[in-house]
Design a protein around this ligand. Sequence first.
Ligand code: ADP
Length: 495
Amino acid sequence: MFRLLRYYSFTSGLALLAVALVLISVYREVSLNHVVEMVEKENVAMSRAFANAIWPRFSDYVTLDAPRDGDTLRARPETTEIHDIAKGLVSGLSVVKIKIYRLDGLTVYSSEFSQIGEDKSQNLSFAKTAAVGTPTSKFGFRTTFMGINGPLKDRYITESYLPIQGKSGAVEGVFELYSDATARVAAVTTDVKWLSIALVWTFGLLYGVLFIIVRRADKIIKRQYSDLHHEVGERLTAEQKLRQALHDAEYANKAKSEFLAHMSHELRTPLNSIIGFAETMSHEVFGKLGDPKYREYANDIRRSGNHLLELINEVLDVSKVEAGAMEINEDDVDLAAVMKECAALMKDEARKVGIDLSVSIAKDFPEFRGDSRRLKQIFLNLLSNAIKFTPASGRITLDASIEEGGGLKIAVADTGIGIEPEDLSRILLPFEQVEDHLKRTTQGTGLGLALSKSLTELHGGKLSLESEPGVGTTVTLRFPPERALVAQPRLPLNL
Ligand code: ADP
C-alpha cells in the first residue's frame, strides 16, 4: 500500500529544507551585493575627498611622464607627504589602504610602500577605469592584509579603482581604495542568522500543520482501504461460493438427467412385456380366461401400461432435451394433414366431455420442413391439455394461418379454466403444474408444455402462452418463414 505519511514526511521535509536554503542563500547574495554597492558608492565619494586634498598639489608629480622605479619613488619626499595626508584622511573611516596610479599603470604611491613602482597596466579593472573613466570594484575575503595603520587579519575587503578627473574633466590618474567591509558583512551574517531562525520556525510550523492534515488523511485512506479490502474479500468469497453452487447444481442436474434417461430406458423393457402379455391375455390367444373379470383386468393392465409407457417416453424426451441430445428427423411434412389427424384423434375424447373441437386451416397453408412425429406430439399435448382443463360445453379451436412475412402461426385456444398470471412462466418448466386446479382430478406429469416448447424451439419456432383465469387459454406456436416450403402447383394427373 502507498505509504502517504512516510512519503509526505520525506518529500515535504526535503522540499521545505531546499526552499529555506535557497531563500537564505539568495538573501545572503543580495545583501552582500548591496554591501559592495554601498561601499563602492562610499569609495567614490571618498575618492573625491582624496582628489581634492591630494591632486592639486601632487597631480604633476603623479602624471610626470618619465621612467621611474620603486626605489626612486619611495625615496621621493612627495611619497612621505602623500602618506601623511592619506593617514590623516582615513582616520576614523573604513578605508584601510590607498594607491595612486599614473594612467600607464605605474604605482606612484601605495600606503604599502613595497608596492610603489609596480606596473598595474595588465590589471583589467585598472585598465577599464583608466580607459573608460568608470569605477570598478571587487569584493573578497583576506586572511592577512597590510593596512595603512599596520597588518590586519581575516577581513572582508572591497577594493575600488576610481578615476581622478582634472579640471577639464579628462581622466588624469587612478586611485585605488581598499575598504574594510567586515562589519557590514557581519551585519549581513547576523541578518541571515535571524532569517534562518525565522524560516525554521515558520516552515517547521507549516510542516507540523501539514503533517497533522496528512496523518488524518492517511488514517482515513487506510481505513477506507481496509474496508474495501474486506468488502472485496467478502465478495470474492461469495463469488467463489456461487461458482461452487453453480457447479454443484450443474453436476446435480446432469446426474438427474442421466439417471432419468437410464431409468426410463430400463423401465421400458419390462413395461413392453407387461403391455404385450396383457394384450395377449385380453385377446385370449392361448385359450379362455374364464371369468370375464380377468379380461377386464387384462385390459386395465394394458391401458395403464400404455399410459405408463407414454409418461416414461416423455421423461426420456425431457432428459434428452435437457442434455442437449434431442434431435429431430427433418422431412417434408404436410402439416395441415398432421393437425387434422391430431384433431380427429382427440375429437371423440372431446365429445365425450361435451366439448366442441373445431379446426381452421388457411387455404394456402404450405408444407412444412420438420419432424412429423414430434409435431404430432406437440399438437396432441396441446389439444389434450385444452380438453383436460376445459369444462363441459366449452370450445376448443385449432387455428393455422400464414403471417405477414411468410411465418406460420398455429394457435390452440380453449374456453377453459385459464391460468393465473403468476403461474404462466412457471408452467413452461418441466414438472411444473398449477396445483389446486380441479384438485388434481386430471392426470399429468407437468412435462407436456415444457416438451412442446422445446420441440417447437428445435424447429426454430417459439411457443407463447396467453391466458385469463375463467376465460380460457391460447397456446400459440410461431415458425419462421424458412420452415414453410413453397407449394408446388399440383399438375392434373392424366393416365
Ligand atoms: P400436465 O398437463 O401433464 O400437467 P403440462 O406441462 O402439459 O403438464 O401442463 C402443465 C400445467 O399447465 C398443467 O398441469 C396445467 O395446470 C396448466 N395448463 C396447461 N395447459 C392448460 C390449459 N389449456 N388450460 C389451463 N391450464 C393449463
